[in-house]
Design a protein around this ligand. Structure first.
Ligand SMILES: [Zn+2]
Length: 378
């Protein structure tokens, strides 16, 4: 299944079986990086430790997941999967992902949904309008789905029909033609505004002849001008699959630019002796989180690092055994990154995952609330 709405994720998050635990699995299944066999081995390694102390129900979940991976997983189609299972209650949900999550296996009272929420935070509702001088089609795109929302037929007459008609001269015909086109554009722009107010899409793309685009964009309401993200050249009768592909390509291009900008900002502030308003790398990011000094947590979605956390006060560490704040024994996790994200969210920080541009070399970093951090032992 696909991620469709926040409501769907909240329902999943709130699922709580009465007498057993839920197994949650996230797996990077990017076929351009791994073979099917390798993915199977990664899964086996991931659950190995947990198997030792697992209940029969959880062992059943693991068996079912293993079977799904060998029999149903398509590593060409999906970059990642998330599976939630509680065999005892016949609960089973598989999400196919367009991005690669870190490998995680979590056993808990509820499904572990933080990674799905992180992925959802970067799923945009796209509106794409395709038009020519006579027609227009408005589509809505979410994830991999494209839906035709509106079709508009203008009254713009064909030039051939009207030329020479009842003594119209060429210039009047041309003027009449342009007025009709502008009326048609106005109609499209009004429809788009109506749709924007109802559906609140995040970005607007335009598919049309390059020479027609500026004139059309000028007629958009200021709200829509703000959401306008770019254009491509596609005919009015283009296939929906092509409109979807072009829109997603453009969205990814915009996203990569945004990611690069954020990474550059982070690195500039981290490397500047005078600013010190950012940190990069796992150690300083953990220190900043322990000091509640993170404004925005930036991380590569697939970055993993082993570390420890305090189950009673959420203190984060790498080497320490006991929590210096409350004395509790720290718990070791083979991947601590999503604990960092949980702590950041709890402390009200903004989360910014990097999906597409592999330029955050240290994997994780943070913009700070206050200047600098203390170099404590962690
Ligand atoms: Zn503690």
């Amino acid at each position: 299944m696909q991620i469709k709405s926040e409501k769907q994720l909240k329902e999943l998050k709130n699922y709580q079986p009465k007498s057993c635990l839920v197994s949650s699995l996230y797996l990077n299944t990017d076929g351009s990086k791994f073979s099917k066999k390798e993915v199977e081995v990664i899964f086996k390694d991931l659950v190995k430790e947990k198997k030792l102390e697992a209940t029969d129900d959880v062992l059943q979940d693991i068996k079912k997941m293993e079977l799904y991976i060998t029999q149903n997983l398509d590593i060409v189609k999906t970059k990642g999967i998330a599976i939630f299972s509680c065999s005892k209650e016949n609960f089973w949900q598989v999400y196919e992902l367009n991005v690669s999550p870190p490998n995680l296996f979590v056993i808990d009272k509820n499904p572990y949904v933080r990674p799905l929420f992180v992925i959802f935070s970067k799923l945009y509702k796209i509106c794409t309008v395709i038009f020519d001088h006579r027609k227009a089609k408005i589509f809505e795109i979410f994830g991999n789905e494209i839906v035709l929302k509106e079709e508009i037929y203008g009254e713009t007459p064909k030039k051939i029909k009207i030329a020479g008609y009842r003594g119209y001269d060429e210039s009047r015909v041309a003027e009449h033609q342009i007025n009709k086109i502008m009326e048609h554009y106005k109609k499209i722009a009004d429809k788009l505004l109506e749709l924007y107010q109802a559906e609140n899409f995040d970005v607007l793309f335009i598919g049309a002849k390059p020479q027609d685009i500026n004139l059309f964009v000028e007629r958009l309401h200021p709200y829509l001008k703000k959401t306008y993200g770019g254009s491509f050249n596609l005919p009015i009768d283009a296939k929906e699959s092509d409109i979807l592909r072009k829109s997603l390509e453009l969205q990814m291009k915009l996203e990569i630019e945004k990611e690069k900008e954020i990474i550059e900002q982070l690195e500039t502030h981290a490397n500047s002796e005078t600013s010190r308003m950012a940190v990069v790398g796992i150690k300083d990011t953990i220190r900043a989180l322990n000091e509640a000094n993170v404004n925005k947590l930036v991380f590569n979605l697939d970055f993993t690092y082993a570390g420890k956390y305090c189950p009673s006060c959420s203190y984060l560490a790498l080497k320490e055994d006991k929590c210096p704040k409350c004395g509790t024994n720290l718990i070791r996790e083979s991947n601590i990154i999503f604990k960092l994200i949980d702590v950041a969210v709890e402390k009200g920080a903004e989360i910014y995952p990097i999906f597409y541009s592999n330029t955050l070399n240290q994997g994780i970093g943070a913009m700070l609330r206050h200047k600098g951090i203390m170099k404590t032992t962690i």
